[in-house]
Design a protein around this ligand. Structure first.
Ligand code: ZN
Ligand code: ZN
Length: 291
């Protein structure tokens, strides 16, 4: 990888709503949302702090070594934050994590998180971690993080939720984990908001909510998620190169995800792209650069 440019994208948690375990999840995995971007010689950028954050922390040495990195949090739902208390690198006193996430009215983002990480919900508070967590509120912002260009835009979900675009080292990765079609105004199901196109425009890889199969959607419309076919519409409209179906429903075992993947690939092949994959725990994708 050295000298080739691009971004190494590693999927540590691909499940939506709640982590789950069992034979039916063996291939795609049961940890909730967490994706890590790495570029040689630079601090990592992490999308979301779901339970996939725990094995990521273990893989880089746990509490044995200091960690410096940026975490881009989409929203405060459990499946996106529950990994942070178990991110053992924060047990090292020299660790420092900058967490960016959607503004929570007049309340500090860290205080909102602290409301969940305290007794009686959890035995310790963030202050008990030896490392330092710094919280930063975002709106529709464009900002540099190290050498990366980061764009945040609000997307349609239940509660304040951001999607992210990261342009870094010759690659462009977009992360829209939770996004509901037909939710908000205008509410037609095939409408792709301008903010979403600003995130996805020409991206190398779009990681997108694909929680529901089309025949499940109507009953779950209010959940703020979308179908695999809407995820494809977003990526196709934005002329993205590759789509990763993400935030798999806990009621979908591996075979169901295979079937949704095949059907999405078929529609995409008939309509002019993009390439489609289904995110799986442990999957590594190189984007941008010369591979
Ligand atoms: Zn979610
Ligand atoms: Zn959510």
């Amino acid at each position: 990888m050295a000298g080739s440019g691009g971004i190494r994208v590693c999927f540590w948690g691909v499940r939506g709503s709640t982590p789950c375990a069992g034979e039916q999840y063996a291939r795609y995995g049961g940890n909730s949302s967490c994706v890590v971007l790495d570029v040689d010689g630079q601090a990592p950028i992490v999308f979301d702090l779901g339970t996939g954050l725990r094995p990521y922390g273990e893989s880089i040495g746990g509490a044995a070594r200091p960690y410096r990195g940026t975490m881009l949090l989409t929203h405060m739902h459990w499946d996106h934050i529950q990994g942070l208390p178990f991110f053992t690198p924060l047990q090292h006193p020299d660790s420092l994590v900058n967490v960016y996430g959607p503004r929570q009215g007049n309340t500090d983002l860290g205080d909102v998180f602290g409301g969940m990480m305290q007794p009686p919900y959890f035995p310790i508070t963030p202050a008990h971690l030896a490392g330092d967590i710094r919280w930063h509120s975002l709106d529709d912002d464009d900002l540099p993080i190290g050498e990366a260009k980061v764009r945040a835009r609000y997307v349609r979900h239940v509660g304040a939720t951001l999607g992210y675009r990261v342009e870094w080292n010759g690659g462009v990765v977009v992360y829209i984990s939770d996004h509901g079609q037909g939710c908000g105004e205008p509410d037609c199901d095939d409408y792709v908001p301008q903010e979403v196109l600003e995130l996805c425009d020409g991206a190398d890889l779009v990681i997108h909510d694909a929680q529901h199969a089309p025949d499940e959607f109507e009953a779950k419309r209010a959940w703020g998620h979308c179908t695999n076919e809407y995820a494809l519409l977003v990526a196709h409209t934005a002329r993205a190169k590759q789509l990763a179906l993400f935030h798999h429903c806990p009621s979908h075992g591996d075979d169901m995800i295979d079937s949704m993947l095949r059907s999405t690939q078929q529609i995409s092949a008939n309509t002019g792209g993009p390439d489609v994959i289904a995110a799986a725990e442990g999957l590594v994708v190189m984007v941008g650069g010369t591979q």
